[in-house]
Write a protein that binds this ligand. Structure first.
Ligand SMILES: [Zn+2]
Length: 315
């Protein structure tokens, strides 16, 4: 007899789903070609796993137990100023960026996200500059404008975006851009403050095909980042951008984990299990959808993405 039998049915909780992650066999099943997750927040992946039975405290265990063996590198993106001080606030933990940088498969990018523009100050900038000087830091970002959430006032977002763009040019760092529902302002600011030849990764692209086209035409070394969003039925913009605008030489594969689990991995409504979090090992399921949209084999997408990653990041 279940212990719930004495509780009126209206008070019974729905069955809690068991949190799991896909097996390495599942993640290895689509392709054996090497790949890079060009944009992820692995420290938040580990943070989320802390509240599940799958507690993992370190990056090598995460890789060895959950990523397929063809994952080569991840670019871990630090965009919250709190993580810039990880080496003093959370030393020797997975939140410490120096711990991340010491992991052979992890590279870093750092910049203040538009959501956090309102807290930007000289102290935060000096912490940011320290991370940018580390040899494993391959880009400045994600920085930009987000008029969907408007978590910081728009004039502050613009001012902090420009300030960081100037730093990137001064320090000769490639850029990672976050832009959402701010097409004209993003275009105007980038074309005014960044030289046309600059290497730019516009990450998790969800805006219009026209905007993607203008960016690609103005900046010959600009790449469009494609996340698990492309697998969602609702992601018509991203699918159209890929089909009609983005040449094969101008896209990158990224998860933006812990967000946006590719739909095929997440679709198991009947089962009592739920995928706990998105992570870098899921990249092949994004490539599979891109291959379908482009009408080519998945291994061609894997090869192109690997080469585009080399051109953008030198990795
Ligand atoms: Zn991100």
């Amino acid at each position: 007899m279940s212990s719930n039998s004495q509780v009126p049915s209206s008070q019974q909780k729905p069955l809690e789903k068991k949190l799991t992650l896909p097996s390495r066999e599942t993640l290895s099943s689509l392709t054996s070609l090497p790949f890079v997750d060009t944009h992820t927040h692995l420290h938040y992946v580990l943070e989320r796993l802390q509240s599940t039975p799958l507690r993992i405290d370190d990056y090598s265990t995460l890789r060895n137990t959950h990523f397929p063996s063809n994952l080569e590198f991840c670019i871990n993106v630090l965009c919250d100023p709190e993580t810039f001080a990880g080496d003093t606030l959370f030393p020797n933990t997975f939140m410490d960026w120096r711990v991340q940088a010491s992991e052979p498969y992890i590279y870093l990018a750092a910049g203040v996200h538009p959501h956090n523009a309102k807290v930007y100050n000289d102290h935060i900038e000096s912490l940011l500059l320290t991370i940018l000087q580390h040899p494993k830091t391959v880009a400045l970002g994600e920085i930009g404008l987000d008029y969907h959430y408007d978590n910081s006032p728009r004039d502050v977002q613009k001012q902090i975006f420009i300030r960081q763009l100037k730093k990137a040019v001064e320090l000769d760092k490639p850029l990672v851009i976050h832009t959402r529902e701010a097409e004209q302002d993003t275009y105007d600011i980038l074309t005014t403050h960044v030289p046309p030849h600059w290497r730019i990764h516009v990450h998790c692209f969800t805006d219009s095909p026209e905007f993607a086209k203008r960016l690609i035409e103005f900046f010959p070394n600009l790449y469009i980042g494609i996340t698990g969003v492309v697998t969602f039925g609702s992601a018509k913009n991203t699918q159209n951008v890929l089909r009609d605008v983005v040449p094969k030489s101008r896209f990158l594969l990224e998860t933006d984990a812990p967000y946006m689990i590719p739909s095929k991995l997440n679709r198991n409504k009947k089962s009592n299990e739920k995928v706990a979090v998105c992570h870098s090992g899921m990249i092949p399921f994004i490539a599979q959808k891109i291959a379908e949209i482009k009408g080519v084999e998945i291994d061609e997408i894997m090869r192109l993405a690997r080469e585009n990653t080399r051109n953008m990041y030198g990795l």
